[in-house]
Design a protein around this ligand. Structure first.
Ligand code: ZN
Length: 274
C-alpha cells in the first residue's frame, strides 16, 4: 500500500508495515517508525504517560502501553484489535490525518552559496516537520545583491547569537530583502558566522534565522526550530538525544531527525505555525 501522509512516508519501516511485511508489533526494533505511530496516536488524543516525557519522546519502544493504545485505536475503527500496526491500521491512521494540521512558511534570502545544496536543506526541513503534521512551505527566494559596503559588513557576522537581536549586524542583516508577511519566517544564508553555523535569534516581531555556508544538512531546520521554540521553552535549548533535531552537535548524516512531544507542542503554538 502506498503511504501518502508526510507523517509516515519518510519511514521505510512503515512502508513495509503497510504491506504487512511485516507489521510493527510488540518488541519491534526501537526507533523512528514506532515513534511516528506513537506520535500519531498522541495527536489523536490517546495518553501515553509511560512512552512520553523522556529525551526521545515518544520513546519509540513498542511495549505494553503502545500495544494497548493501538488496540484502543483499532476498536474505535472497528478493525481487528491485534495491537499490531499493519495495512489496515496504517490505512485508518492515514485517514485520520487527511491534511497537515499546521503550516509554516519560509522565505529564503541568500548572501552566499551554501555547501549543502539548498534543495536538500529545504527537503530535510519538510521531512522532519512533516512527521509531526507541520507542512513547511516555500514562501519566496531571493539572491541579494549587496553594495560593496554591505558585502564587507555581512561577509562575516561577528555579533554573538542570542535570542533577541534588535541591534547590530543581525538586525541589519534581517532587514535586507523583500518584505514578508508577519507570521512567516525569513531564513538568511550568509558566508560565515563567528563561532557558529547558524543562529535562530532575531528581533521581536521579525522572525528570522541565519545559516552559514558551512552548515550541516539539518541546520536550516534546526535554526527554524529555535525560532519556533523561542526562549520560553521549558526544556534544554539543545536536546540531549543525538537523534533530536535540536541536539547541539548532531552528526551530518542522512539519518532523519526527530523531535520530542514537548518540542512539537511548543513549536505548534508559535504564531508562525498555524
Ligand atoms: Zn542550536
Amino acid at each position: 500500500m502506498a503511504l501518502t501522509s508526510p507523517r509516515f512516508t519518510s519511514s521505510r519501516r512503515l512502508f513495509n508495515a503497510s504491506n504487512n511485511a511485516p507489521p510493527l508489533r510488540m518488541g519491534a526494533r526501537r526507533g523512528r517508525a514506532v515513534h511516528l505511530i506513537q506520535f500519531a496516536l498522541l495527536d489523536l488524543g490517546y495518553a501515553m504517560p509511560r512512552s512520553t516525557g523522556g529525551s526521545y519522546s515518544p520513546d519509540g519502544i513498542y511495549g505494553n502501553e503502545t500495544v494497548g493504545i493501538v488496540k484502543a485505536f483499532q476498536r474505535s475503527r472497528h478493525i481487528t484489535d491485534d495491537g499490531e500496526v499493519g495495512r489496515d491500521t496504517l490505512r485508518h491512521l492515514e485517514a485520520a490525518f487527511p491534511r497537515p494540521s499546521h503550516r509554516l512558511r519560509l522565505h529564503f534570502r541568500s548572501l552566499a552559496l551554501t555547501n549543502v545544496p539548498f534543495q536538500q536543506s529545504f527537503r530535510n526541513a519538510r521531512t522532519v516537520y512533516g512527521q509531526y503534521g507541520i507542512d513547511v512551505q516555500f514562501g519566496s527566494g531571493e539572491s541579494l545583491h549587496l553594495t560593496p559596503a554591505q558585502a564587507a559588513l555581512f561577509d562575516r557576522i561577528d555579533q554573538n547569537c542570542v535570542w533577541t537581536l534588535s541591534t547590530g549586524e543581525y538586525d541589519q542583516l534581517h532587514r535586507l530583502g523583500s518584505h514578508t508577511p508577519p507570521f512567516d519566517i525569513k531564513v538568511y544564508f550568509v558566508r560565515q558566522l563567528r563561532g557558529a553555523l547558524g543562529c535562530g535569534g532575531h528581533a521581536p516581531g521579525r522572525p528570522a534565522a541565519t545559516v552559514a555556508a558551512a552548515a550541516w544538512r539539518w541546520d536550516m531546520a534546526h535554526e527554524v526550530g529555535h525560532v519556533l521554540l523561542t526562549s520560553s521553552f521549558r526544556g534544554p535549548v539543545h536536546a540531549p538525544h543525538i537523534r533530536n533535531l535540536m541536539n547541539a552537535f548532531p552528526p551530518d548524516n542522512s539519518v532523519i531527525k526527530v523531535l520530542t512531544d514537548a518540542q512539537v507542542r511548543q513549536m505548534r503554538s508559535h504564531a508562525c505555525c498555524h
